[in-house]
Design a protein around this ligand. Structure first.
Ligand code: ATP
Length: 211
């Protein structure tokens, strides 16, 4: 699972998903748009539109799947609930991984039912350029005794462990940067797939702010 607001999806997400799948030897990576982010303001673009951009971005890419399950749940979209539903679907023996960027990881100790995340899955932290702050104490407590050093050790169990991964391509692209450029009417070419850029234009999303 790679969850996010995907507001909009960009090449940082997409390369991470592909390289994560390769590094861990995963059957597939489910990209799961967050319907109601619990820890940030509601995105300006609807969940349905964010899902639609994700779908056009990954079209034809085997191993990447758009998963819309959070759109059907009322209330804040807690990852603990999403992982519980994936665990129920795949059964107790399947190896499940929740991947998050280092910026999101730093706040993991504040997440709803953070302990439950490890009941249902492993957590894999993807290093991100410009995001290398030290871990807050609450996070140190949450992850104590869970960290493993190798993919092999991680995949020996169905869940409950933590691995930090430095993937081959680390891109300093963020959705915030993409939104800022779109708001200014500046080019976002090569930051995200052309299909997503065309979707944004066709649906008049992230319209440049008038002066
Ligand atoms: P925003 O700038 O709006 O906060 P974002 O670019 O961080 O957005 P999200 O949708 O919030 O994107 O991110 C979903 C997940 O993908 C998070 O775990 C985040 O850390 C990770 N992620 C986002 N961009 C990158 C990147 N360039 N490299 C690696 N991981 C990333």
């Amino acid at each position: 699972m790679l969850g996010g607001t995907f507001d909009p999806i960009h090449h940082g997400h997409l390369r991470s998903a592909i390289e994560l799948r390769e590094a861990l030897g995963l059957d597939h990576v489910r990209l799961i748009p967050c319907h109601q982010p619990p820890h940030r303001e509601a995105p300006g673009v609807s969940s349905e539109e964010r899902l639609a951009m994700l779908e056009v971005a990954i079209a034809g890419e085997p191993g990447l799947m758009a998963d819309d399950r959070e759109l059907f749940r009322e209330g804040p979209s807690y990852s603990a609930d999403t992982l519980a539903s994936l665990r129920a679907e795949y059964g107790p023996q399947a190896r499940l991984v929740m991947a998050i960027g280092h910026d999101a990881f730093l706040k993991l100790g504040e997440w709803h039912a953070a302990e439950r995340l490890f009941d249902d899955a492993h957590v894999v932290v993807i290093e991100r350029p410009d995001h290398d702050a030290p871990l807050p104490p609450a996070l140190e407590v949450l992850i104590a005794g869970r960290e493993v050093e190798t993919v092999q050790a991680l995949m020996a169990r169905p869940g409950g462990q933590l691995l930090r991964l430095s993937l081959p391509t680390r891109m300093a692209i963020s959705a915030t940067f993409v939104r800022e450029r779109l708001a200014l009417g500046d080019s976002v070419r090569y930051l995200l797939p052309e299909t997503v850029i065309r979707h944004i234009e066709a649906h008049d999303l992230y319209r440049p702010q008038s002066e």
